[in-house]
Design a binder for this molecule. Structure first.
Ligand code: KIV
Length: 270
């Protein structure tokens, strides 16, 4: 479906896209240069994900990244953006269990980075924090299914909600987040049938990552879809490029040129 030219994507635009059946395209970005490239393409949503903990900082999980580090990434991205909606993950430990701290964390992200919204992982257990942040006028995207900040509780990155009990809880949580006022929900690594069910029941858009094709939009981690990361290859990941090989090839050529003194040439000097 052809999208009309939109000057700035807002949460309201995403709602209209769901109503029209126009799919929402979302990718992560963590720095100015990549965010600028993404914004030029007409991507709808950019997520400053806490996956920065893995792909930018090299941690094994998303847990170590701090609020200050997320704000640093968000500020870099915001300097590049004119069109896309920018959402920033509230990192682990800045909102769970204490709604006052949650509000302060969300306010810091919005004030210091200028982003459009925040994303939070969880359902019923974080609803008090969700309500408090929403009451300050800060838009929230929810995140259900495989929530990587809870990896130590799950113990594994396998598909979530394959059993009825967990699936029923997920549906209830999705309604809870919608009724509280969240503007969209990410559904990560759940059966496609469950993704379809939640999407059909909700008024707000669902964005899937391994949740099948009948959700309202898709999100991938930029470094995974470009093939910069190499070891991570879940079934839901479509690689559009093999950038790691291209980068290594270019750097190898550069090293050879420097060593052989073919770089710089006469034309490349003053
Ligand atoms: O942090 C992240 O990149 C995410 C996406 C995988 C949805 O939460």
């Amino acid at each position: 479906m052809k999208s009309k030219i939109i000057a700035k994507v807002t949460t309201h635009v995403l709602q209209e896209m769901k109503l029209k059946g126009e799919k929402i395209a979302m990718l992560t970005a963590y720095d100015f240069s990549m965010a600028r490239l993404l914004d030029c393409t007409g991507i709808d949503v950019i997520l400053v994900g806490d996956s920065a903990s893995n792909v930018m900082a090299g941690h094994r999980t998303t847990l170590p990244i701090t609020l200050n580090e997320m704000i640093y990434h968000a500020k870099s991205v915001m300097r590049a953006i004119t069109r896309a909606l920018v959402i920033v993950d509230l990192p682990f430990g800045t909102y769970q269990g204490n709604s006052k701290e949650a509000l302060n964390s969300a306010i810091r992200i919005m004030k210091e980075s200028g982003a459009d919204a925040v994303k939070m992982e969880g359902g019923k257990e974080i609803i008090e924090s969700v309500e408090r942040i929403l009451s300050a006028g800060i838009p929230i995207m929810g995140h259900l299914g495989l929530t990587p900040q809870a990896i130590h509780k799950f113990g594994t990155y396998v598909v979530r909600a394959t059993e009825k009990g967990e699936a029923d809880t997920l549906v209830k949580d999705a309604h809870l987040l919608q009724d509280a006022g969240c503007f969209a929900i990410v559904l990560e690594k759940i059966p496609a049938k469950l993704g379809t069910k939640v999407t059909e029941q909700l008024r707000i858009p669902t964005i899937g990552i391994g949740a099948g094709k009948n959700v309202d939009g898709q999100v991938l981690v930029l470094h995974d879809m470009l093939g910069i990361t190499q070891k991570f290859s879940p079934r839901f990941l479509r690689r559009y490029h093999n950038l790691s090989e291209e980068i290594k090839g270019s750097v190898t050529s550069y090293i050879e040129d420097v060593k052989s003194q073919s770089f710089p040439s006469e034309k490349e000097q003053y």
